[in-house]
Design a protein. Structure first.
Length: 142
């Protein structure tokens, strides 16, 4: 039987976080003498080069597909205080709001900062307005 301490030593903290507290009981025991670590990688032969004339054009920055726009009245949006205009954030319910925060400068906003709307990771890829805000805001760095 593998102990939690052995598991963390073998996989690191990331392994424990990936399994979670409930899933730890379902981890198979490590057999003594069994190799530990990632499986060996089999080398792959490089693909033949594509002539430049027949190569498909690839956009420099692929646009994220825009899903349906999140409504302020949806239960998930209400729970996190999502508003289409950050200036209308409820400061009494969400004192974590600071002027200047908006979806466009959030890490969860999956579009360019200059986009007017883009998918949001918090809302499972559904679109939010760049001028919006919710309490899940995480400042985008860089």
């Amino acid at each position: 039987m593998t102990t939690r301490r052995q598991f963390v030593r073998l996989t690191g903290v990331a392994g424990l976080a990936a399994v979670g507290a409930r899933g730890f009981a379902q981890v198979a025991p490590v057999q003594p003498g069994a190799p530990v670590g990632p499986a060996p990688v089999t080398p792959v032969a490089p693909a033949a080069p594509v002539p430049a004339a027949s190569a498909p054009a690839v956009p420099a920055t692929p646009a994220a597909p825009a899903g349906p726009l999140v409504s302020e009245s949806e239960p998930q949006a209400v729970a996190v205080g999502y508003v289409n205009d950050a200036q209308h954030a409820d400061l009494r319910r969400f004192p974590s709001y600071h002027p200047g925060q908006r979806c466009a400068n959030c890490r969860l906003f999956q579009g360019a900062p200059a986009a007017t709307q883009a998918p949001c990771a918090f809302f499972n890829g559904r679109s939010v307005l760049a001028s919006g805000w919710c309490s899940a805001h995480q400042l985008r760095i860089g």
